[in-house]
Each structure stands twice: as C-alpha cells, then as structure tokens.
Design a binder for this molecule. Structure first.
Ligand code: B1M
Length: 222
C-alpha cells in the first residue's frame, strides 16, 4: 500500500484522530488521520482511493480485532472517531457532484442501532451521485421514516442495520412503510443484511456497499 494511505490506515486502526490527540500514547505528537488525510488530498490522492484503500480496510481490521477480542468497545470508538476525522475531508468531494439533483433519498440507521459509519458512507456517495439526501441519523424508528416520506413524497428510502438484533426493526419498518405507501422503494444494507433477508422482509434492493446503492438509484432514473 502507498505510504501515506498506509499511515492513514494505521491511524484509523489505532484510533489516532489528530496531532493533539493523546491517544494512543506511543503516537503522541504525530500527525493523525485528520492531518494525513488532508495531506494525502493535497498530494493529489483521489478521495475514493483514500476511502477504498485506507479507511474501509482499516475499519475491517478493527472489526476483526474486535471479533477476536483483541480490542474492546473504547478502542472501536477511537477508531470510529479517527475514521470520521478523515471522512470530514472527503465529504465535500463526494458531495460536490455538479450534476443536477436526481431525486430525494431518505436514509437512516434503524431503531436501536447506533452504528453510522457505513450509513454515512452510503449517504455521501449517493449525495455525490446527484441525489438530495435527507439523513435521519441513527436509532431511527418507523414513525420518523413515515413522517419523512410524508414530507418528501416519492423519495427512495435507505435503511442500514449493523446488529443482528436490530435487523428485526428493519423488518418492522419495511413492513409499515410498504403498508402505508405501496409504491415506495426501499433499499437495505449493513454488515449482517443479505439479499435473502432483503427478499424475506419485502424490501426492494440489497446492496453490500455504497456503490451498489448508487447504481441501484441510477437505474431508477431513466
Ligand atoms: Co459495534 N458491532 N457495537 N460499534 N461495531 C459490530 C457491528 C460487530 C459486528 C462487532 C463484532 O462483534 N465483531 C458487532 C455486531 C454483532 C452482531 O450483531 N452480529 C457489534 C456490537 C456487538 C456492538 C455493541 C453491541 C457492543 C457493545 O456495546 N457490547 C454496540 C451496539 C451499540 C448500538 O448500536 N446499540 C456497538 C457499538 C459500537 C461503537 C459505538 C463502539 C462503534 C460505532 C461507531 C459509529 O458507527 N459511529 C462500533 C463499531 C465501529 C463497530 C465495527 C468495529 C465497525 C462498524 C463499521 O463502522 N464498519 C463493527 C465490526 C465490523 O463491522 N466488522 C461492529 C465500517 C463500515 C464502513 O462498514 O457499517 O458494514 P459497515 O457499512 C458498509 C456496508 O455494510 C454497507 O456499506 C458500508 C461500506 O461498505 N452498508 C450499506 C451499510 N449500510 C448500508 C446501507 C445501504 C447499503 C449499504 O443501503 C441503505
């Protein structure tokens, strides 16, 4: 991996947010994900390259370490904070698609679920793809999705779930949305979600990644 991308990945894996961050102690005083991402962009690295080759693989490492009980929730939080400090530099690039808005996309992480990194990535990429994104945030109950669709008729809905326990809430939300708005299109994603689950709960499309979500929306606009 390219040197600067490797450094960014290490910062995310270790939770090194920025230069002034005292964590982790052995990296005190060194640049963090914040400064290095800005530097990488200044050096001409593409935002999607930084995302695909440094940030996403680094978070995958964090997830594997957590699964093996080599790290715990506080370290995961620090990694997420470092990732967000890098993402704030990438966001304007993904959002600056000069294309005319293609439609509205309402996205949220389902009730009971606080994970938002993947949802934010999907949101950024879709905004970059020319859609107006209404991001309802995390822990979003069915009522809030229903209100949002009533305020934005015709919008496509995106639901993210990262916990096997909250997949059940995804099912409830899909069912209520479909019952109240029969023509609505719902896209689902998140680590435990599968195409089979999408079909089972009556959602319209499953994407394992942001690009798949962008492609799905693209083919809706002809
Ligand atoms: Co949590 N956590 N976490 N966590 N966390 C997981 C998800 C877990 C798999 C870790 C593990 O055990 N290996 C596990 C879930 C197990 C399960 O249910 N099967 C888990 C757990 C158990 C928990 C807690 C219960 C831990 C605890 O408290 N004991 C707790 C739950 C809190 C809650 O939500 N109520 C918890 C808390 C947290 C933190 C707050 C510490 C933090 C979240 C910070 C944040 O999001 N702001 C956190 C993190 C960081 C993780 C891991 C390490 C990383 C998640 C992540 O951001 N990945 C994660 C382990 C892992 O994923 N390997 C884990 C990077 C992100 C880019 O990927 O979100 O999958 P992802 O999104 C992808 C795709 O899924 C897709 O696109 C993205 C880019 O490719 N995608 C969509 C996502 N949404 C989409 C929507 C779409 C389309 C595609 O269309 C609408």
């Amino acid at each position: 991996m390219d040197d600067i991308l490797n450094k960014i990945a290490i910062c995310v894996q270790t939770g090194k947010t920025d230069k002034v961050s005292p964590y982790p102690p052995d990296m005190k005083g060194q640049d963090g994900a914040d400064e290095l991402t800005r530097q990488a962009l200044e050096e001409g690295k593409r935002p999607d390259e930084i995302l695909e080759n440094a940030l996403i693989p680094a978070m995958a490492v964090v997830g594997d370490r957590f699964s093996r009980k080599e790290i715990y929730v506080p370290q995961m939080l620090m990694a997420a904070k470092a990732m967000n400090s890098a993402m704030k530099h990438l966001k304007p690039f993904f959002q600056s698609g000069e294309t005319k808005r293609k439609g509205k996309f309402i996205i949220g992480t389902v009730a009971g679920d606080l994970h938002d990194i993947g949802k934010n990535l999907v949101s950024m990429m879709i905004e970059g793809g020319g859609w107006e994104v209404i991001d309802l945030g995390v822990d979003v109950g069915t009522e809030k999705f229903l209100r949002a669709i009533e305020e934005n008729p015709g919008a496509v809905i995106g639901l993210s779930a990262l916990l096997t326990t909250t997949m059940e809430n995804m099912k409830k939300t899909v069912s209520s949305l479909k019952e109240m708005h029969s023509g609505i299109r719902i896209l689902v994603g998140g680590a435990p979600v599968t195409k089979e689950y999408c079909d089972k709960i009556g959602a319209d499309f499953y994407s394992p990644d942001p690009q798949g979500a962008v492609n799905y929306l693209k083919q809706l606009v002809v």
